[in-house]
Design a protein around this ligand. Structure first.
Ligand code: NDP
Length: 249
């Protein structure tokens, strides 16, 4: 019963691949109804639905750019009309545009902040007013260990992820009396396309730095997000759960 998400509707951003895809699949397996978004990968989003058995009363995908507040304001009522009241939100969508600070262009900074941080603001703003009126719900934000420790070559990304942790704590305080928990996860190196794009020697170096000597799997992040979405975590709010094989220990 504890991790049972049966019939609760979750909205998951960036569900078309990587960690978001694993969260969509895990939540579906746990009995949830899932509305997830893609930005450019419509084909892979539709493939996920077909792999899950094409039950569109339980899983649907929608195109969304989290940078666009107007799109979000229209999407949320649309999802609720299609699938029912949204119980929880997982802010997963994110990008990187890495580079040493002195070479980082202003647009590299603003693209990452707009997507990773303003995207979380936009989604939470549009959803938050509804959920606090309902008196129960969960918001889970995907941060990163880069947001805890800083990360060379990722001034934009690390800043966006650190701000998400602060936003999580603040919203946890503001939403607590409305019965809504707000938590974050901070993954370390997880084997997704984002990390796959790195050269082999860089990947080897990462593995040697991690006390558990391997990268994490998307499914391992999804398990932690599921916990924070479930009744098992009902007295936890404002917390950032680190999933990094001991990297920041
Ligand atoms: P991927 O690049 O594999 O997936 C990113 C997802 O975000 C895709 O579904 C993509 O949609 C979506 N997306 C990108 N830009 C936008 C946008 N403007 N609006 C809406 N959706 C968008 O990333 P990961 O799975 O690796 O990462 C997922 C989250 O986890 C991110 O927040 C990332 O920062 C965080 N994270 C990842 C780590 C890792 O090691 N991989 C470590 C720590 C944190 P589409 O494909 O349709 O364009």
């Amino acid at each position: 019963m504890k991790n049972d998400l049966t019939n609760k509707l979750f909205l998951i951003t960036g569900g078309s691949k990587g960690i978001g895809k694993a969260i969509v699949e895990k939540f579906y397996e746990s009995g949830a109804k899932v509305a997830f978004t893609y930005n450019s990968n419509q084909e892979s989003a539709e493939e996920i639905i077909s792999t899950l058995g094409n039950d569109t009363s339980r899983v649907k995908c929608y195109k969304l750019d989290v940078k666009n507040y107007n799109e979000i304001e229209q999407l949320i009522p649309q999802i609720e009309e299609d699938m029912g009241e949204i119980y929880g939100l997982v802010n997963n969508a994110g990008i990187t545009k890495d580079g040493a600070f002195f070479r980082m262009q202003p647009e590299d900074w603003s693209d990452v902040i707009d997507t990773n941080l303003n995207g979380v603001f936009n989604m939470t703003k549009a959803f938050g007013n509804k959920v606090i009126r309902r008196g129960e719900g969960k918001i889970i934000n995907i941060s990163s260990v880069s947001g805890l420790k800083g990360s060379q070559g990722q001034a934009n990304y690390a800043s966006s992820k650190a701000a998400i942790i602060s936003l999580t704590k603040t919203l946890a305080r503001e939403f607590a009396s409305f019965g809504v928990q707000v938590n974050a996860v901070a993954p370390g190196f997880i084997a997704t396309e984002m990390v796959d794009a790195m050269p082999e020697p860089a990947k080897k170096k990462i593995n040697s730095m991690v006390p558990m000597k391997r990268m994490g799997e998307s499914e391992e992040v999804a398990e932690a997000v599921e916990f924070l979405a479930s009744p098992s975590s009902n007295y936890i709010t404002g917390h950032t759960l680190v999933i990094d094989g001991g990297l920041t220990a």
